[in-house]
Design a protein around this ligand. Sequence first.
Ligand code: F6R
Length: 234
Amino acid sequence: MKVLVVKNQKDADRQGVKIFRQAYKHGARTFGLATGGTPEGLYRELCQSDLDFRDCIAINLDEYVGLDGNHPQSYRYYMQSNLFNQKPFAETYLPDGMAPSAKVECTHYNWIIATNPIDLQILGIGQNGHIGFNEPGTPFTSTTHVVNLTPSTIKANSRYFKDESQVPTQALTQGIGNILQAKQILLMAFGPEKAQAVKEALTGKVTEDLPASVLQKHPHVTVLLDEAAAALLP
Ligand code: F6R
């Protein structure tokens, strides 16, 4: 695991673009993407870069159950407005939050990931150590599944909604088993509120109680932190 600490988020975003560029140069064409506040700056930098993704595939981690792609808080909408509209990809995939059968959608999504192995996966981390929407206690072998969001995740994500009652209570997410299949992983974390989770994930016991700790077992992980998120590291 390689840990890079940079001064601020802007520097991290630029560093992230370099990692994308390197991966692309070495043949990466399938990118695993995340949503949320963490990668917004990275996507902005990618949009301004000369990188061309028209021969690439994007596969996202997760989507809320019950929101369609036109809903401004859906992850499809986020991806379109933050990246795909400016930088088109050949194919883009997110779980379908409106699928009539969540079970069928999960099987289908696992098939998409298996058919298009992810070369570089971008991850953010929740304050409780979640990756994707894999909350503490999720088995490391899990594949795409429906999750009931924890009160802390609902609260954290309510900043994007009118109020907490508008936040969906369920999501479809790639499992930890899917995430571990990615050939390379880039975990990004910024701000003091991530410092504890980062410390536990990088230096603590590998345990399903802190999902991101599993990354210690992956052979090719880069962790990109600003100084605040790295503050509790030894
Ligand atoms: C988003 C995702 C989540 C976020 C995490 C951090 O697709 O999978 O795991 O990466 O909740 O969220 P932010 O970046 O908003 O702090």
